[in-house]
Design a protein. Structure first.
Length: 273
């Protein structure tokens, strides 16, 4: 078997190439340059100690092996959570809440230092739970459905107050769902069915009343029509008789016809004279 020896020059060149690649990888991995994107802020850590001035958007420099950068988002973020509470009539209420918020750009260092990166769970979630419990306890279960906007506004007001000064801005709060116990849901369903049946009965009664009124109106119209026709016929008969009298010359008819033979009435008049 043949044995090949590597010349010292070739070995040296190979080592240099490997070294260059390692250096390039180290430069890339521990680059002194970093970029903060739009809608973000950076917290610069020097041996783990945060710089009190957050880094804004753009290109920045850090000391490799000494400084690191942690990026936090300051654009609007949506946070959703479930909250369990009770109504004033002691019904269990399950509420799904959506919160739109953003970090105050100037407060990212404080939030990171005091709370860490999971600030949504540490700050927003407890505040939401307390706000929902305090709000739903003021209303009955039915009012939670009918006064949803009022309850939402109250939860939002409480949430803003509780998170005031914590480096978070609450933009909007939405109640995406209210859910109640199975027994209450069945009671609501039965009530809705009863109301629908009542509404149907009222509509049927109204229809029957309208139909009865229509029949009465038609009967009155028909009676009035008959009366008008009778009056018209009566007036017509009187007029015909009046016209006949106006044209009569005062003499009785000489010949009449009927079931008996014709008789000459003049003969009777002459004889009597």
């Amino acid at each position: 078997m043949a044995v090949y020896e590597i010349e010292p020059t070739q070995l040296f060149i190979k080592i240099i190439k490997i070294g260059v690649v390692i250096i390039l990888l180290l430069i890339v991995f521990f680059s002194p340059m970093y970029t903060i994107q739009a809608g973000e802020r950076g917290v610069l850590l020097t041996f783990g100690k945060p710089d009190q001035t957050p880094k804004g958007e753009g290109l920045h420099f850090k000391i490799p092996f000494v400084q690191t950068i942690t990026v936090l988002e300051v654009r609007t973020v949506k946070y959703e959570t479930d909250a369990s509470s009770a109504s004033s009539d002691l019904q269990t209420v399950h509420t799904k809440i959506a919160v739109n918020y953003h970090l105050v750009p100037e407060s990212v260092v404080t939030v990171f230092t005091n709370t860490g990166l999971d600030y949504s769970e540490r700050l927003i979630n407890p505040a939401v739970q307390e706000s929902v419990k305090a709000s739903t306890a003021k209303f009955t279960t039915e009012e939670l459905v009918t006064k949803r906007e009022i309850i939402r506004d109250e939860i939002e007001t409480l949430l803003i107050e509780k998170l005031k000064g914590r480096g978070l801005i609450i933009e909007a709060v939405s109640i995406t769902n209210f859910d109640f116990s199975e027994s209450f849901n069945q009671a609501i369903e039965q009530k809705v069915v009863a109301e629908q049946l009542k509404l149907k009965s009222e509509r049927d009664l109204e229809r029957i009343k309208i139909e009865a009124d229509q029949k009465i109106a038609m009967a009155k119209a028909e009676a009035e029509s008959i009366r008008i026709q009778s009056e018209a016929l009566k007036q017509s008969s009187d007029i015909l008789q009046l016209r006949a009298l106006e044209k009569w010359d005062g003499r009785l008819p000489v010949v009449t016809s009927g079931g008996t033979p014709f008789i000459d009435i003049t003969s009777f008049t002459q004889n009597t004279s």
